[in-house]
Design a protein around this ligand. Structure first.
Ligand code: ZN
Length: 138
């Protein structure tokens, strides 16, 4: 079995990965203009303030777009197809590409579906995934 494609952890994104290990989704935020964003970068994308801070997301968002991969483009995923890749917009604003965990009995993924963070450990790496929350869409 091929190894999970590696995630490079560096000084810039370390707080993001440390947060996931504790079950939290960390966002960067600007102390000057209050913009929040992902992935980590050196400066605020809006006002270029160069000393961003970190804050925990509530872990709630909605699905903006999604696709299902039926073909593995890396050997690691050969036994894992089909799987979805979804663009989730957090309630705080940032968007991330992720997977929405689904089951045959559970609600189906769809645009506008409300989702909640579910940190999943795969081979020692903690990944931010989401599960569909019951109730309203939109
Ligand atoms: Zn800013």
């Amino acid at each position: 079995l091929s190894a999970l494609p590696t995630v490079e952890i560096n000084e810039l994104n370390r707080p993001f990965h440390d947060g996931l290990r504790k079950g939290r989704l960390m966002l960067q935020c600007c102390p000057n203009c209050a913009t929040k964003w992902l992935p980590a970068r050196q400066a605020c994308p809006r006002c270029l303030h160069a000393d961003p801070e970190w804050t925990a997301s509530a872990g709630l968002g909605s699905v903006r777009s999604w696709v299902v991969f039926h073909r593995a483009y890396h050997p690691y995923f050969r036994d894992r197809v089909p799987y979805n890749v979804a663009l989730v917009r957090l309630d705080e604003g940032p968007q991330l590409l992720t997977n929405v965990l689904t089951s045959s009995q559970g609600p189906e993924i769809g645009i506008g579906a409300r989702v909640g963070l579910r940190v999943v450990e795969q081979e020692g790496v903690h990944l931010a995934k989401f599960e569909i929350l019951p109730g309203r869409t939109g």
